[in-house]
Design a protein around this ligand. Sequence first.
Ligand SMILES: [Mg+2]
Length: 148
Amino acid sequence: MKSKIIYIDMDDVLCDYQSGYKYYKLKYPDIKFPQSIKGFFNDLAPVKNGVATVNKMISSEKYNPYILTAPSTRNPHSYMEKRIWIESHFDYNFTKKLIICPNKGLLKGDILIDDIVAGKGQESFEGDLIHFGSPEFPDWSSVSKILF
Ligand SMILES: [Mg+2]
């Protein structure tokens, strides 16, 4: 059986961007875009059960997982910090599966797990979209259930 190519978004799917944003906004109230401060992406906490579920995909023959994240183009640190985040929460090997791309519709694959369904090419992705955070898939347990 051919393994399915599955793309996993980072912000608010694997990393808790919203909580990070709130924390930085409180810490730096005078800065308009606290998400552009160096270290913002490094510091993001993992979303519950996300890393464990992706590790399950990594060790499963059923899936060939990649991280697919759109960059914050105004924040050059984000490109490096997303790479560092992957090594911190997975390992060096998985950094080879990190794709930073502004148009997710250009990628070929079977499944995309994303919290946003349009705007960064999600709307033209040809595979199945798992809408993370929707009533059907509010968390990683519900996603894991449909995948395994
Ligand atoms: Mg996202």
